[in-house]
Design a protein around this ligand. Structure first.
Ligand code: EPS
Length: 373
């Protein structure tokens, strides 16, 4: 089973992670990991921290001469802002943040809570996800993300875009949006929000293309791939809703409008002409692109804070403020890609698993031949 853990406080000395059960023989180009970390630092609407950090990660174990050995891969990233020991404790928890529940639960004040609940931790998940993306790419699977909505500004109507065109267009947009008109409106909304010292949420979509049929399973609840994707995407800071395919919209359609009819071609094998299911039926991939929409609430640190209680005096006061982002949805989409890549790599290894890339490739190719016949 693919496993990873991250550790590190937002303003601690280091962020670290260990990724276990990547097979031997995978060529890991550290530049590709750096590229993903740099993408996470971008996105219109970020706060001051990203100007301080350079997010350079080292792999300190499990990779020899650029090739995975099958042993756990360790990652280490040094924070430039490592001021944790000098940071004051807060006493007025921010509505929407983990501050209040965390301070009561762990009995150590708000500082340790916000240090770990911070989205800074996602730098490590992006590093781990980058290795999973490299692994998936070996089998043709590509994971991309793009922003659909920021506040009320959204991409209107349905767009028939390929995975490649999404990647190309999103890459050149400051808000990682594939529609120029929506991009303009999104940036305007962020500027306005920044002026008002407020924050904005939104929605992004993750697509994964060239999926083989049969990853995940309907057989046990914990094997269902839709459930596993939802769990991990929900674990991303600020996420409040995850939809697979047409998601919520399916609830208002007739069965005949909602499902994807099945076709067969001797070259392609089984396929669908529509993808309302978002590539997943019965918790199992059906061969179409995986499509997941993820909604993030606005960041809970506000320049004009909401009402809270001072935990020392129990008096009503405005919540504390610390440097934060105004809108983290574009960066969120990069994190979403990493999270989806980890789940797909895990499901791929369950199905075609082996200790080395050579063994896995043999299993994969044999299965593809089997299901075509
Ligand atoms: C972030 C680092 C944080 C925040 C932001 C994301 O750094 P700092 O707190 O020093 O400004 O900018 O964190 C949050 C949005 C949050 O909710 O904690 C990062 O590296 O992504």
């Amino acid at each position: 089973m693919l496993q990873y853990l991250t550790a590190g406080e937002s303003h601690g000395k280091y962020l670290s992670a260990i990724l276990a059960n990547i097979p031997s023989g995978l060529k890991i180009d550290p530049n590709l990991i750096q590229e993903e970390l740099a993408r996470r630092q971008q996105g219109y609407g970020r706060g001051g921290r990203q100007k301080i950090e350079a997010d350079r990660v080292q792999m300190t174990a499990g990779v020899i001469r650029g090739i995975s050995t099958g042993a756990p891969i360790a990652f280490l990233l040094e924070n430039r802002d490592a001021s944790i020991d000098k940071m004051p404790d807060l006493s007025r928890p921010r509505p929407g943040h983990a501050d209040l529940a965390g301070a009561l639960k762990y009995d150590q004040g708000i500082r340790p809570v916000l240090e770990r609940a911070s989205a800074r931790e996602t730098a490590m998940r992006v590093a781990v996800g980058a290795v999973c993306k490299i692994f998936l790419k070996e089998f043709g699977i590509q994971v991309v993300g793009h922003v659909l909505r920021i506040g009320k500004a959204s991409v209107v109507g349905e767009r028939k875009e390929t995975i490649d065109s999404i990647q190309k267009k999103a890459k050149h947009s400051p808000v990682f949006c594939i529609c120029k008109k929506a991009e303009k409106a999104m940036m305007k909304a962020i500027d306005e929000t920044r002026r008002q010292k407020n924050t904005l949420g939104g929605q992004y979509e993750i697509r994964a293309g060239r999926m083989p049929i049969g990853l995940g399973s309907y057989a046990h609840y914990e094997k269902k791939l839709d459930g596993r994707l939802a769990q991990v995407l929900m674990s991303q800071q600020s996420v409040k809703a995850v939809e697979i395919g047409r998601g919520v919209e399916l609830g208002s359609l007739l069965g005949s409008e909602a499902h994807d009819e099945i076709f067969y071609d001797s070259k392609r094998g089984y396929y669908h002409k529509t993808n309302r299911a978002g590539g997943l039926e019965g918790g199992t991939t059906n061969g179409e692109d995986i499509a997941v929409k993820v909604t993030m609430k606005p960041i809970s640190t506000l320049g004009q804070p909401l009402t809270s209680i001072d935990m020392k005096t129990k008096k009503e006061e405005k919540a504390d403020f610390e440097r934060s982002d105004f809108c983290a949805v574009p960066a969120g989409s990069v994190i979403g890609e990493a999270l989806v890549a980890c789940v797909l790599a895990e499901a791929f290894l369950e199905k075609f698993g082996g200790d080395s890339m050579r063994e896995i490739r043999r299993n994969f190719e044999g299965y593809l031949k089997q299901i075509k016949g």
